[in-house]
Design a protein around this ligand. Structure first.
Ligand code: TA6
Length: 296
C-alpha cells in the first residue's frame, strides 16, 4: 500500500489531499470551492460530503469503528458482490468490498468538481471468499452534486452474478419529520415482514423501523426534510431496486457502532441491485451502477 507521501505526490491536487484519518487509516480530504468531502481507502468509503452553503449531506455514526478490514458505520458503504446475507456460511454481510483496501487509480480537478477513481481487483484473498476474477472501479465526482459510480468488470472465463448497493446514509434533522417521495405505488419487499411483497401508498414517513427493498424502481427519490427546509434528491442508473432503511430505537440499541439515538437523524436510501435485480455479468462484460445526489 503506498505511503501518504507517495499518494500525495501522485494524486494530490489543489483540493485533494491524503492524510492520516481516524484509527490511523489513510483518508482523502477534498476541499473544493463547491464542496468538501472525505473518504477512506478502507472500503472506498465516503464519510463526508457537504456542498458549499449547505449542511452535511451524509450521516456518520459517532460510534463507528475505524479499523482496517472492518466496515465504517455511516457515510456510503459499498455493498458488493452481494447485498445482505450471503447464502454461504461465514461470508461477510453485504460482501467484502467495504472491508478491504482500495487503491487510487487517478484524480482530476476542474473549476466545477473533482473526480477520484479507485479500484480493487480479484486476488487470492478475494477468491478465497468469492471464486471469480473481477476488476471493480469506484468513481466519485464531487462538486455541487455528488455522484458515485461502481463499475464491475468480469475478467474471468465464466459468468458471475452480483448484488450491490451504494448504501448511502443521509443526514436529516428529525427522521420523524421527513417524507420520502418518488416511490408511490411501487412494489416493495418488506424485510421486516418475512420479505412479503407489498405496495407503497403515498410518501414514506418514518415512525418505526423500516427496511424495504423497492423493486423495479428506476425512480428518483427525494428526501424532504421539513425541519431543515431542504430536499435531498437521489437519481440513479444501472439499478432497478432501491432500499429504504431506518433501524429505529431497538435495532439502533442493538448495534454497537450506532448511537442509541442515532436513528433520529438518519435515513438510508440505497441505490441497489438486490433480490430479483441481481445482475449476471459474462466474461469481459461490465455493469455500472450510479447514484447522483443533489441538495435543493
Ligand atoms: O439497509 C438495508 C440493510 O440490509 C438493513 O437490513 C441493515 O442490516 C443495514 O443494511 C445495515 O447492514 P450492516 O451490515 O451495515 O449493519
Amino acid at each position: 500500500m503506498p505511503t501518504l507521501e507517495e499518494l500525495n505526490k501522485l494524486y494530490a491536487t489543489d483540493s485533494i489531499n491524503f492524510q492520516v484519518g481516524e484509527g490511523g487509516l489513510p483518508k482523502c480530504t477534498i476541499t473544493h470551492p463547491n464542496a468538501t468531502a472525505e473518504f477512506y481507502l478502507n472500503g472506498g468509503h465516503m464519510t463526508h460530503f457537504q456542498p458549499t452553503e449547505h449542511q452535511p449531506v451524509l450521516w456518520m455514526s459517532s460510534e463507528s469503528k475505524f479499523e482496517a478490514g472492518k466496515p465504517i458505520r455511516g457515510g456510503i458503504p459499498i455493498c458488493w458482490p452481494w447485498f445482505g446475507q450471503a447464502v454461504e456460511e461465514n461470508r461477510p454481510q453485504h460482501g467484502f468490498a467495504r472491508n478491504i483496501n482500495w487503491t487510487v487509480v487517478q484524480t482530476q480537478e476542474t473549476f466545477d468538481f473533482v473526480t477520484i477513481e479507485l479500484k480493487i481487483e480479484s486476488n487470492a484473498e478475494t477468491k478465497s471468499i468469492w471464486p471469480h476474477s473481477f476488476e471493480l472501479k469506484l468513481r466519485f465526482e464531487i462538486g455541487k452534486k455528488l455522484s458515485i459510480e461502481l463499475e464491475t468488470r468480469n475478467t474471468g472465463a465464466a459468468s458471475f452474478r452480483i448484488g450491490t448497493a451504494i448504501h448511502s446514509y443521509f443526514n436529516v434533522t428529525d427522521a420523524s419529520n421527513i417524507e420520502l417521495s418518488g416511490l408511490d405505488q411501487v412494489d416493495y419487499i418488506d424485510q421486516l415482514d418475512n420479505n412479503l411483497p407489498k405496495q407503497q401508498q403515498g410518501e414514506i414517513k418514518i415512525r418505526e423501523e423500516i427496511d424495504r427493498v423497492y423493486i423495479e424502481s428506476g425512480h428518483q427519490v427525494s428526501i424532504v426534510d421539513r425541519t431543515m427546509n431542504r430536499v435531498i434528491k437521489i437519481k440513479k442508473s444501472g439499478s432497478q431496486s432501491t432500499v429504504v432503511w431506518n433501524p429505529w430505537i431497538s435495532k439502533a440499541n442493538r448495534m454497537a457502532d450506532f448511537p442509541d439515538d442515532g436513528y433520529r437523524t438518519m435515513v438510508c436510501v440505497e441505490t441497489a441491485n438486490a433480490f430479483t435485480d441481481v445482475r449476471e455479468i459474462a466474461p469481459d462484460e461490465q455493469h455500472v451502477i450510479m447514484q447522483k445526489i443533489s441538495v435543493a
